[in-house]
Design a protein around this ligand. Structure first.
Ligand code: ASP
Length: 341
């Protein structure tokens, strides 16, 4: 029996072809996928496709689109061996992170991919990205289980854990990186899987899409005036704030800032501290400039990416009401998004 893979087209450059007459880029009809990429018929894989009714540039993605993707996968889970999600690269890392919280208990691969050049152009990176993603989505161990049992992003010969990934280039084919977690696979002559450990996924697949997007992101910079951001620290409007701090979690010791942070936490708000460095992690209390955070109950986000931090908070705020519970869950790695040391 051939493995079955469902391709879900949400939009983005990869699904575009150039109209031969006008030169304009337009989304192609995925029912005729093999007309565009005849190589697909040589894969020994049974392919089906589903497309968003209205494909979107990934800059338009929001939690409703994430829920649509998750729902398609959930509805088709029993009938396929794996899934490939074609998605614009701009916010792919957010969507992959969000999906890792929405679909817990995955035992099959969900591989996000896209491209920098449309599939219809001669030098496109889209064909290789798509073909290898399909192969990964169909790949099995000798006992019949899927090799990859989580959300991944495949781009330019590397498969990354989705919720560890960020977009790093708007022009290079190597558009993504996973700075704090090594690749799940590298594709060369063979696809070399190098799984470190599988995070614990207990039980059956569960779908949870009720995200709460009342979260804010504050990136600190030298000379930043806390007063400008005062309105953020309002629990009626903002339930949680991600602070991107310097280095190992440090912030300037500004009295206004300290007061806003303290009052916000006392009023029930949640603050998650992540680093603006690409690699490394937050270590609150290591320096005097972060010990204040540690003492008053700001949660250190260790090596979370911004994408994973924001979507983790949206997930937790949607799922739990108690601040104690949410804070406890922030300190756990729910689906492999964070290192624990
Ligand atoms: N703007 C496009 C998008 O993210 C770029 C891409 O497809 O890579 O949808």
């Amino acid at each position: 029996m051939k493995p079955k893979v469902l391709i879900i087209y949400t939009g983005g450059t990869i699904g575009m072809i150039q109209d031969s007459e006008t030169g304009v880029l337009k989304a192609f009809d995925f029912k005729h996928l093999s007309n565009q990429i005849p190589e697909l018929s040589r894969l020994n894989i049974d392919l089906s496709s589903e497309s968003f009714e209205k494909p979107v540039d990934s800059s338009e993605m929001n939690p409703k689109h994430w829920a649509m993707i998750a729902q398609i996968i959930f509805n088709n889970y029993a009938n396929y061996d794996g899934f490939v999600v074609l998605h614009g690269s701009d916010t792919m890392a957010y969507s992959a992170s969000a999906l890792s919280f929405m679909l817990q208990g995955l035992q099959k691969p969900v591989i996000f991919t896209g491209s920098q050049l449309p599939i219809g152009t001669i030098r496109t990176d889209g064909k290789e990205n798509l073909i290898t993603s399909i192969e990964i989505a169909a790949a099995k161990n000798s006992d019949g289980t899927s090799i990859i049992q989580e959300i991944g992003i495949y781009f330019e010969y590397s498969l990354y854990r989705g919720n560890r990934t960020s977009k790093i280039s708007s022009s290079a084919f190597e558009a993504f990186a996973s700075p704090n977690y090594s690749e799940l696979a590298v594709a060369g002559v063979l696809i070399n899987y190098q799984l470190k450990e599988k995070y614990l996924q207990i039980g059956n697949l569960e779908l949870f899409t009720n995200f709460d997007n009342r979260v804010a992101l504050l990136k600190i910079f030298p000379g930043f005036s806390a007063k400008i951001y005062q309105s953020l620290f309002n629990i009626e409007k903002v339930k949680a704030i991600v602070i991107e701090s310097f280095g190992a979690g440090n912030v300037p010791s500004d009295d206004f800032f300290k007061t806003y942070v303290k009052d916000y936490l006392n009023s029930g708000g949640i603050i998650l501290n992540i680093t603006q460095c690409n690699t490394g992690k937050v270590d609150q209390g290591k320096y005097e400039t972060s010990s204040f955070f540690d003492k008053i109950g700001v949660v250190g986000g260790n090596d979370l990416t911004t994408e994973a931090a924001l979507t983790k908070l949206m997930y937790l705020l949607g799922k739990y009401t108690s601040k104690i519970e949410i804070t406890a869950k922030l300190k756990e790695s729910i689906c492999g998004e964070m290192s624990l040391n």
